[in-house]
Every structure is written in C-alpha cells, then in structure tokens.
Design a protein around this ligand. Structure first.
Ligand code: AMP
Ligand code: MG
Length: 418
C-alpha cells in the first residue's frame, strides 16, 4: 500500500499540462493564460472627465468662491461617447458628462455641486452645441487636472498587463475586454470521461427497483470536475462484466482523463482492475488512507496515446474524498494551474476519532470559529456510504497514519473544502 503523497506523485508524474487554445473571453474564466497579454492602446484611451460638471480652464477659476462666483460663458454641452468640435476659450465652459473626452483648451472639471446650476437641464442633447448659451457661476477654484482622468493612467500601450500563468478571474476578464481582446490564449480544459460501474446502479429518472440504488457518484464527481475546471462527460453506467466495461471504456478514450467509480475492491465482481490490466497498465490500486483505500491509477492505450485513468472507490464518500485529493490535482495540472492544495488550519477537535489500522484518516467535519480559535466537530457517522455526512462538511480533519486516536480537545489539522 502506498502513501497519499506517493499516489499523488505518481498520478502527477503522468498527467501533463494541455495545449493552449483560443477561448472566447467570458468562457476563459478560471483558465490559465498561456501567453503574456499586452495592451494595444492606453486605458483610458483619451483624457476624460470623472464627473458631471463643467470643463473649464483652471486659471479662470482661481478667484471663485461662494460669495463671489466666477461667471463663465457656457459654450456647449458634451455627453460621453462624443467629441467636442471647438475649443474652450478663456472665460468659457463646456457642460460635460462623466466619461466624455476633455474638450481642447479645458484642463479641469468643476462638478455641478460646485456651480450655481440649480437643476440639470434636460433639453440639452448629446453632443449638441448650444449657441447663445447662458452662463454658469463657478463657486470654487479648480486645480489644474481636477476631475480629469488622464489617457493611460490605468494602462499604458505596450504594457504587459497580465503574465502567462495567470488564472483569469472576473476582474482580469474585464481588463482584457477593456483592451478589446475578444479571446484569450489559455490552456485547454481537460475533457473528463466519467463512468460508473455496478449492476446495482440505476440512472436517475428510472423507477427505483428492489436491490438497486441510483448512481450518485457520477453526479458528485462530475460536479467536482466542473468545480476544478474540467469538462465532465458522463458516460453512464457499465455493468460488472469485462465486456460491458470494455465497451464503455472505448467510448472514453478520446477524453484527457478517465474516471471510473467502483469495481476496484476485492469483491468477485470488481472487474475494473481486470479491464485496466487488459487494456492498459495498472500503476497502483491501494492507498494508505481512509476512506478511499481501493483507489486505482493506471493508463489506457488509445492508439498511440495513453489516457490516464483514476479508478475511484465505489462508496460515495470515498469517491468524493479521493477525487478531492487526486482528481482535482490532476485537473489543475492539465489546466496549467498551481495552488490545488486546500488551505489548512489548526483546530480543536470536538469529538473522538479512532484510527484503527494505521491509514491516514480524512474525517468529515464542520469547522466553526469560537473566541478566535477553530473548532472541528464531526458531521455525524463516518461510514463511507453516508453521503449526507459529506454534504454537511466544510472541512476534512486529517488524522496522520501514526496517530491511533484523536481525543476531544486535541489539536488537529483540517483541510478547508471550497
Ligand atoms: P464497490 O466499489 O463496487 O465494491 O462498491 C462499493 C459501494 O459503493 C457499494 O455499496 C456500491 O453499491 C456503492 N456504489 C458503487 N458505485 C456507486 C455509485 N455510482 N453511486 C452510488 N453508490 C455506488
Ligand atoms: Mg461493485
């Protein structure tokens, strides 16, 4: 039996980062940039106003005060999206809306609040020049550059704005969009084939029948694949025969990763290993952990390719915890993503946890913070078939191989889930 670390090392030694692809922008969220992104122009692309108000020459306003307003001639109005044709002359001002380009001649914007304008006029139209306009009283001196956003103050043309290796988040997608990128060059998401095995399994939707259970692993694992950034492809259920499983597996061979569940224990009908041995190579098939001991890893032959295969145990909790530890890491590596490790915290155990046979135990726990310390209590019975105990958990308590028992009050290491 190999350790968790060795199992992980062997899996990661086999999987490789996938090739780059061009991905339309919103879909690239969570993918990793394969090349530096360079700004083709300045952001903002032109000087513009940060406020609704009057574009003025700052020098004209130096003597302005509440009691002694400086009166300026309104020579026009400008909405965002339009250019002002003329130039703001000395003694003049242009009524201007946030985002509109600064008119030539003006070097500051006086917000409406610092003028004597009472009500914003609604008869002015976008970009229309109002001849014979009224005047406006400026109540406060404006400094040069006041309320002006300068071209290039955010991003400079030619700047590397994001390095290769960046995992794109919402803000970064926004920055790329502001620079006119319709697509990003990112490492491809792995297609992950998911196959459940077992004569007892029913597709959800089928009427429940004696001796049968619904296939839940395909759904929990597909969800975890999606959370990790892969593209799950459910292949359905294969019955416990070498023929059925072989046939189903051949549908999976165009995937980047094949994940099966069940059929890897020592039972008579546990045929996954037999098929793996026939169609490829088994690397290992037990790991010193609980739950999740019967975890298999190997590769299938697909022409001259070899497709990695993770054979998860059948028990619903075991399949989720082994996917959590090994499947996520494999998908992250294919995506070119680092940081698959979950955040770890130390907590006070609230319950007794026994470790009877020297494996590493992952116990489902609810982590809470009390008086500045984390406390971890078990979610309930820890049988590996009790999936609701997984649904309640926000953390896993990790009990080392050489610790036989955790007692209430002991300090334990927890992995934060999600
Ligand atoms: P096995 O690994 O085939 O010995 O299965 C171990 C346990 O997991 C058995 O109780 C199975 O019925 C259960 N099991 C196997 N596959 C699934 C599945 N896809 N969904 C829910 N339970 C499963
Ligand atoms: Mg079975």
């Amino acid at each position: 039996m190999i350790s968790v670390e060795e199992a992980l090392e062997r899996i990661l030694a086999f999987v490789i980062r996938l090739e780059p692809e061009r991905q339309p922008l919103p879909d690239a969220l969570g993918q990793v940039l394969a090349e530096d992104a360079v700004a083709g122009f300045d952001i903002p692309p032109f000087d513009n106003t940060a406020m609704d108000g009057y574009a003025v020459r700052a020098a004209d306003t130096v003597d302005a005060s509440d009691s002694n307003p400086v009166r300026l001639q309104i020579s026009g109005e400008l909405a965002a999206g339009y250019l002002y044709e003329g130039e703001v002359a000395a003694g003049a001002a242009v009524r201007i809306m946030t985002g509109a380009p600064m008119p030539r001649g003006a070097d500051a914007v006086v917000p409406f609040e610092e003028t004597d304008e009472q009500v914003a006029s609604s008869e002015h139209r976008h970009g229309k020049f109002q001849k014979g306009a009224e005047t406006v009283g400026i109540l406060k001196a404006a400094k040069q550059g006041a309320n002006v956003r300068n071209a290039g103050e955010d991003v400079r043309q030619g700047d590397v704005i994001m390095r290769a290796g960046t995992t794109l988040n919402a803000a970064q997608i926004g920055v790329l969009a502001s620079l006119g990128y319709a697509e990003a060059t990112v490492y491809r998401r792995p297609a992950v084939a998911i196959l459940s095995t077992g004569d007892e399994l029913l597709e959800i939707g089928a009427p429940i029948a004696p001796g049968k259970i619904y296939d839940s692993n395909a759904y929990s694992v597909a969800s975890m694949v999606r959370e990790a950034g892969g593209i799950p492809k459910r292949l359905g259920i294969a019955s416990d025969t070498v023929e059925a499983l072989t046939a189903k597996l051949h549908e999976a061979l165009d995937a980047d990763l094949v994940i099966t569940s069940a059929g890897v224990s020592r039972g008579d009908y546990d045929v996954v290993k037999d098929v793996l041995a026939k169609e490829g190579e088994i690397d290992f098939w037990t790991v010193r952990m609980k739950p999740g001991k019967p975890l298999a890893f190997g590769t299938f032959r697909a022409g001259n390719r070899r497709v990695p295969h993770i054979g998860l145990p059948g028990n619903p909790v075991s399949s989720m915890i082994t996917f959590e530890l090994f499947g996520r890491a494999a998908i992250y590596k294919m995506l070119g993503k680092s940081g698959w490790q979950r955040q770890q915290v130390q907590a006070i155990a609230e319950d007794r946890i026994l470790n009877t046979d020297g494996r590493r135990v992952y116990a489902r726990a609810i982590l809470t913070e009390q008086d500045g310390r984390y406390h971890a209590s078990l979610t309930g019975p820890q049988g590996s078939g009790i999936l609701t105990s997984m649904a309640l958990a926000n953390a896993l308590i990790v009990v080392p191989e050489d610790v036989a028992a955790i007692e209430p009050g002991d300090e334990v290491t927890c992995l934060l889930l999600g």
